[in-house]
Design a protein around this ligand. Structure first.
Ligand SMILES: Cc1cc2nc3c(=O)[nH]c(=O)nc-3n(C[C@H](O)[C@H](O)[C@H](O)COP(=O)(O)OP(=O)(O)OC[C@H]3O[C@@H](n4cnc5c(N)ncnc54)[C@H](O)[C@@H]3O)c2cc1C
Ligand SMILES: NC(=O)c1ccc[n+]([C@@H]2O[C@H](COP(=O)([O-])OP(=O)(O)OC[C@H]3O[C@@H](n4cnc5c(N)ncnc54)[C@H](OP(=O)(O)O)[C@@H]3O)[C@@H](O)[C@H]2O)c1
Length: 391
C-alpha cells in the first residue's frame, strides 16, 4: 500500500549531521512538516559503534553544537536535570571526553526533536527518490521498519545525511588467508577483549596511521599489557605520524592530524625515537610500507598474522536509488553549496547533503585541502549553506 504526504523537506539519517540539518531547517520555519527518516533515531554511528572511543574534539565543541540553534535550546530547556546536557556542561570544557557523552547528547536532542509538531519522524529507510523536474518535486519512497508498508512523501527538498563505514581495501598475500578484524570492534575495547582468543600466541596486523589506526594500536596494546599477554601487533604504515598543530588563529591538519588521547599516545610511545624503549614497543613491530613497498611488506609479514584490521579511512554508505524524471542519477556532491550536480554538471534541484558522507571541502592558509568532519564542523557548514536550501 502506498500513501502520499506532502512535506517541506525530507531529511535522511539521524546521526549528528541529520540532527544538525533538522535543527537548522526547523529554525527557518519552512511552513510545513519536515519528514525525518532513520531506522533507529539513536544518534547514528557514534552511538551504535563508538561510545568507548575518546573524542578528538574538546567538550566545548560538543556544547557549541548542542546549543547552536533555537530548536535544540528549546529541547534542552524542557529537559529535566540531571540529563546528558547537564552532565556534558559539568565536564571540563577544554578537555576531550569519551564519545558516550556526545552520543547521549545527540540522542536526547533527537528524542526532543522527534516530538515537535513540525516533525514527521519515520522509522525506516529511504529506498528511492525521483525528481519530477517539471514540478520541482521529489517523490521519496520510505520502507517502514515495523510494517510491510511503504509510504511516499512529496517534497521540494531532500537532504542526504546517510553516513559512512570503515573502508576495506583488497589486501592479498598468495597462499595465505587472513581473518579480517572489523575496525568497529577494535575501537570498542569491551567487545575486542572477548573476541580475541586468550592464552595462545596471536599476532594482529594493523594497517594505517591516522586516528582510527592509532586508537586500534592503543586498544590492542592495552589488551597485551593486561588480559592477553601473548598478543603481538604488526603495524603497517606508509607515512610518518601527522599531528594537528595549533597556529595563530587556525589549526594546521585540523581534519587529518592526530589530536587528543591518540596524539599523546603516538607522541609518547610510537614515534621512531620512542617505540624501541616504550611500553607499546614491547608489543608492536612497525613495518614501514612507504615508498611503494606495501605489497612486498604484506607478503613478508602477513603470514605471521592471525588477524588484520584495516584503518584506512571511511567510505559513504550506499545511497537510495536516485533518479530525475525517471532516469537514474549518479549525483556528484558540490561542497560549495551543499548541493549536487548531475553527470552533465547541472545542479540537481532540491537535493542536498551533509555529514561524514558529504562534508565541506576546506582549504587552509597553506593551501592544503581537507574535508571538515566533526559535530561542530557540520553545524558551522550548515549555518552557512542551509539558508539557500530554505529559500
Ligand atoms: C571513530 C570515529 C570517531 C569520531 N570522533 C569524533 C569526535 O571526537 N568529535 C567529532 O566532532 N566528530 C567525530 N567523528 C566524526 C563524525 O562526527 C562522526 O563520523 C559522525 O558519526 C558522522 O555523523 P553523520 O550523521 O554524518 O553519520 P552517521 O552517524 O553514520 O549517521 C548516518 C545515519 O543515517 C542512517 N541512514 C543511512 N542510510 C539511510 C537510508 N537510506 N534511510 C534512512 N536512514 C539512513 C544511518 O542508519 C545512520 O543512523 C568521529 C568519527 C569516527 C568514525
Ligand atoms: N575520536 C577520535 O579520536 C577518532 C577516531 C577515529 C576516527 N575519527 C574521525 O573519523 C574520521 C576518519 O578518520 P580515520 O582515522 O578513520 O581515517 P582518515 O583520517 O580518513 O585517514 C585514513 C588514513 O588511512 C591511510 N590509508 C588509506 N589507504 C591506505 C592503504 N591502502 N594502506 C595504508 N594506509 C592507507 C591514509 O594514508 P594516506 O594519507 O597515505 O592516504 C590515512 O592516513 C576523521 O574525521 C577522524 O577525525 C576520530
Amino acid at each position: 500500500m502506498t500513501q502520499s504526504q506532502k512535506c517541506a523537506a525530507v531529511v535522511v539519517g539521524a546521526g549528528p549531521a541529520g540532527l544538525a540539518v533538522m535543527g537548522n531547517l526547523l529554525e527557518k520555519q519552512l511552513g510545513g512538516k519536515i519528514a525525518w527518516v532513520d531506522p533507529l533515531f539513536q544518534g547514528g554511528r557514534v552511538n551504535r559503534k563508538y561510545r568507548e572511543v575518546p573524542s578528538n574534539t574538546k567538550v566545548a565543541l560538543f556544547q557549541a553544537y548542542a546549543t547552536a540553534v533555537q530548536p535544540f535550546r528549546t529541547v534542552i530547556n524542557n529537559t529535566r536535570i540531571p540529563s546528558p546536557f547537564s552532565t556534558m556542561a559539568k565536564l571540563d570544557q577544554d578537555k576531550t571526553c569519551h564519545l558516550h557523552h556526545a552520543a547521549d547528547v545527540v540522542r536526547a536532542l533527537t528524542d526532543g526533536v522527534v516530538k515537535m509538531d513540525q516533525v514527521l519522524a519515520c522509522r525506516g529507510v529511504i529506498t528511492a527518490a525521483n525528481l519530477a523536474e517539471k514540478t520541482s518535486t521529489w517523490t521519496v519512497r520510505i520502507k517502514l521498519r515495523d510494517s510491510a508498508d511503504e509510504v511516499e512523501v512529496l517534497t521540494p527538498r531532500l537532504v542526504l545525511c546517510t553516513g559512512s563505514h570503515p573502508t576495506v581495501v583488497p589486501i592479498h598475500v598468495p597462499g595465505h588467508n587472513i581473518e579480517r578484524l572489523d575496525l568497529d570492534v577494535v575501537l570498542k575495547p569491551s567487545e575486542l577483549m572477548s573476541l580475541l582468543p586468550k592464552g595462545t600466541p596471536l599476532t594482529v596486523g594493523v594497517v594505517g596511521a591516522s586516528h582510527s589506526a592509532i586508537l586500534a594500536l592503543l586498544n590492542l596494546v592495552d589488551l597485551a599489557r593486561t588480559s592477553h599477554p601473548e598478543l603481538r601487533i604488526k603495524w603497517f604504515t606508509r607515512h610518518p605520524l601527522r599531528y594537528a598543530e595549533y597556529m595563530d588563529g587556525w589549526i594546521l591538519r585540523d581534519n587529518t592530524g592526530l589530536k587528543g588521547h591518540a596524539a599523546d599516545f603516538a607522541r609518547q610511545q610510537l614515534e621512531d625515537g620512542k617505540l624501541a624503549e616504550s611500553e607499546a614497543g614491547r608489543f608492536i613491530t612497525k613495518v614501514d610500507c612507504g615508498g611503494g613497498q606495501e605489497q612486498a611488506q604484506y607478503e613478508r609479514h602477513l603470514p605471521s598474522c592471525s588477524y588484520l584490521v584495516q584503518a584506512v579511512g571511511f567510505t559513504r554508505d550506499p545511497l537510495p536509488e536516485l533518479s530525475v524524471n525517471g532516469l537514474l542519477l549518479e549525483p556528484e556532491f558540490d561542497s560549495a553549496s551543499g548541493g549536487f550536480r548531475d553527470g552533465n554538471g547541472r545542479a540537481v534541484r532540491g537535493l542536498y547533503g551533509a555529514g561524514i558522507a558529504f562534508p565541506e571541502r576546506v582549504v587552509d592558509p597553506y593551501g592544503n585541502v581537507e574535508h571538515a568532519v566533526g559535530f561542530f564542523k557540520f553545524m558551522k557548514y550548515l549555518k552557512r549553506v542551509s539558508p539557500q536550501w530554505a529559500a
